[in-house]
Design a protein around this ligand. Structure first.
Ligand SMILES: *[C@@H]1O[C@H](CO)[C@@H](O)[C@H](O)[C@H]1NC(C)=O
Ligand SMILES: [Cu+2]
Length: 224
């Protein structure tokens, strides 16, 4: 009996480790593109990033260069998104950022105060529960119409809050060439730097007491 239950625990742990979700494909121009065709591939399999002050928080571990990744041309104002290998299952918010590349998206490591938030999904709170409607495998949203044309990194993060005090980031960056934009100049942040480890949206305990409010970490959404 003891051996059997240990085996069961080992199997559960193994499947838990291998089962983490990843943002593998860009959705653009009405199509779901190939896995890691326009999305930078990370080197840490499906493990989360756990330090909000690490450079890995930009595009995930091992995704500082886009040399092996293509850049997709999309129109400002159009719908883009990410397809995952499987649905999100850790409770927590989603936020999407655009970072303006100083030259090409492929050659940018994501450094500098070049990032602004374009989309987020926060919490649904009732007197007895806090939930996050992020438990899905496809995320789509609009690019602002007014931002300057040019090359960008499109970054998505889902923050797992299931282990109070130890948030986990599931992250990917896609490379975009945005056309037909305008002349807006949204306020920008650096990543890391955009969120502090003491942010209440990270330190929250979602189990007890049930929070009465929740603010997605990072700057306000620029909707353009
Ligand atoms: C970006 O789009 C412009 C306008 O369509 C095009 O001329 C340019 O070649 C594109 N760049 C890349 C890297 O695809
Ligand atoms: Cu997990």
């Amino acid at each position: 009996m003891k051996t059997l239950s240990l085996l069961a625990v080992a199997a559960a742990l193994a499947s838990g480790v291998s089962a983490h979700y990843r943002f593998t494909s860009l959705i653009a121009n009405g199509q779901t593109t190939g896995a890691y065709q326009y999305v930078r591939q990370n080197s840490n399999m499906n493990s989360p990033v756990t330090s909000v002050t690490s450079n890995d928080i930009r595009c995930n571990t091992g995704a500082g260069s886009g040399a092996g990744t293509q850049t997709a041309t999309v129109a400002a104002g159009s719908t883009v998104g990410f397809q995952m290998d499987q649905a999100v299952y850790h409770a927590g918010p989603v936020a999407v950022y655009l970072g303006k590349a100083p030259s090409t998206a492929a050659s940018w490591d994501g450094s500098g105060a070049n990032w602004f938030k374009i989309y987020e999904i926060g919490a649904v709170i009732t007197p007895s529960s806090i939930t996050f409607p992020t438990d899905k495998a496809t995320f789509t949203f609009s690019l602002p119409r007014s931002i300057p044309s040019g090359e960008y990194l499109l970054r998505i993060e889902q923050i797992g809050l299931h282990s109070a005090g130890a948030p986990q980031w599931y992250i990917s960056c896609a490379q975009l060439n945005i056309t037909g934009g305008g002349s807006a100049n949204p306020a920008k942040v650096s990543i890391p730097g955009y969120v502090s480890a003491s942010d209440p949206g990270l330190t929250v305990n979602i189990y007890y007491p049930i929070p009465t409010s929740y603010k997605v970490p990072g700057p306000a959404v620029f909707s353009g």
